[in-house]
Write a protein that binds this ligand. Structure first.
Ligand SMILES: Cc1ncc(COP(=O)(O)O)c(C=O)c1O
Length: 418
């Protein structure tokens, strides 16, 4: 939804201006969403959360009852997630794993390694021999498969089906599968196949991808116990009410698992799990005209919420009017037209949302940017221009949010994090 939940709205309006901008996360809404996603999936489909979407410890913990594990893609994520949700299964993926990262993962007993190349396999094998003697390390071979023409066409971020540094071409992946099963690497155990071919796909396209990956994996001449078909569920920033069809996706995955009774399927969504629970809240500092257009300049900008700059979209938002104006100087206000909301950076790229229908927008009004719960703060270039960092607020009906006073706000006074 674009409108903030009542709890978020109340928090945004009650924060002093000096504590804006702020990220406000509705953990109650996140739990409800994650629960619905879990319920839509068949039992034999494991749900891992791709921590790269939003690794805030409170988010990782709120998801814990609904996910089977977490996908991490660096040594940093690995250590962070292991500390935030101790004891939960981890899958370590991503290209360019360093020997130190692999060693740290082995020492932590990571459940699954997603092997991205033949070289990575050899590094892992030697380090497993040294650092994990006496156990066999579970490996999934990441394959970059071609898929039926058009299936990845809707993707904003295709990572497979074309030349990329991710995973291996099918022939190479097949060789790695054989090396894992012919006794060459006694410390490694082939568990299955991994593929994350694209992000931003609708359920029918993702089911085509899943079907292609499963038939390739089960067509290998060695038994495959697990197939991880990745994440990539669509999020529509232009129409936030339109949600990924988890029910259709779950039905399709159920058909796949029925066709392959011995197989465990796994998915690892990021964006579509957490994006809806986060808002970036700020206030309008100035309103001005420029060459026939109106601009509202807000506290903060794309150095905190980089998503609209990277994806080239307008971030959905709601204006929360504030009638009080405590200053002795006149209050700037917009006319009756549309207004472009820009941040405080000295670059024309610092635009959060264009042509927002906000007639009469005034300095001092608040704006809550929605869909800021994934690939938002953690992908932003925080230090550019040295503006203060936002506060972080975790609203939670179900828990104490970590600050011990029971109001579910672990950073209520604008805690500086990042
Ligand atoms: C290997 C892997 N798995 C899962 C994801 C999560 O994708 P999304 O956030 O689109 O669901 C990504 C994102 O880049 C990824 O690289």
């Amino acid at each position: 939804m674009t409108d903030p939940t009542p709890a978020v709205r109340e928090r945004v309006l009650s924060l002093p201006a000096a504590e804006l901008p702020a990220y406000v996360y509705d953990l109650t809404a996140l739990r409800a969403h994650a629960c619905a996603v879990r319920d839509a999936l068949p039992d034999r489909v494991e749900l891992y959360y791709a921590a790269k979407a939003n690794p805030e410890p409170e988010i990782l913990a709120a998801l814990a009852p609904y996910v089977d594990g977490y996908e991490v893609s660096s040594g940093g994520e690995l250590a962070h997630v292991a500390e935030a949700v101790p004891g939960r299964p981890l899958a370590f993926g991503g290209p360019g794993k360093t020997p130190d990262e692999v060693t740290a993962a082995l020492e932590r007993g990571v459940e699954r390694f997603h092997v991205e190349s033949g070289h990575e396999l050899r590094v892992l094998a030697e380090l497993a021999r040294r650092h994990a003697p006496g156990r066999r390390v579970g490996v999934l071979v990441r394959v970059n498969l071609p898929v039926a023409d058009g299936s990845l066409a809707g993707s904003s971020l295709a990572m497979g089906g074309r030349p990329t540094p991710f995973g291996m071409d099918p022939e190479r992946a097949r060789e790695v599968v054989h090396a894992l099963t012919d006794g060459t690497y006694p410390h490694l155990e082939l568990r299955g196949v991994h593929a994350h071919l694209a992000s931003g796909l609708e359920a029918p396209e993702l089911l085509t991808v899943a079907g292609t990956v499963v038939s390739w994996a089960t067509g290998l001449d060695v038994p495959i116990a697990e197939v991880n078909v990745g994440g990539g569920m669509s999020v529509d920033y232009a129409d936030p009410e339109r949600r990924f069809d988890w029910a259709a996706y779950g039905d399709g995955l159920a058909r796949l698992t029925e066709a392959h009774p011995g197989l465990t399927l796994r998915i690892e969504p990021g964006r579509a799990l957490t994006v809806y629970c986060g808002w970036y809240a700020t206030e309008v500092l100035d309103v001005k005209g420029s060459h026939g257009e109106e601009f509202g300049v807000v506290r903060g900008g794309t150095h905190h919420l980089r998503t609209p700059a990277t994806k080239g979209h307008d971030q959905p938002c709601s204006v929360l009017p504030v009638d009080a104006w405590p200053h002795p100087w006149p209050r700037p206000a917009a006319g009756s037209g549309r207004i472009t909301l820009a941040g405080q950076l000295c670059t024309p790229k610092d635009v959060l949302s264009r042509h927002v229908p906000a007639p009469g927008l005034r300095a001092g009004d608040r704006v809550a940017f929605a869909l800021a719960g994934a690939y938002a703060w953690n992908i932003s270039h925080h230090d550019f221009l040295m503006h203060p960092r936002p506060g972080f607020h975790f609203l939670d009906d179900d828990g104490d949010g970590g600050d011990g006073d029971g109001d579910g706000d672990s950073h209520g006074s604008g805690g500086d994090r990042g």
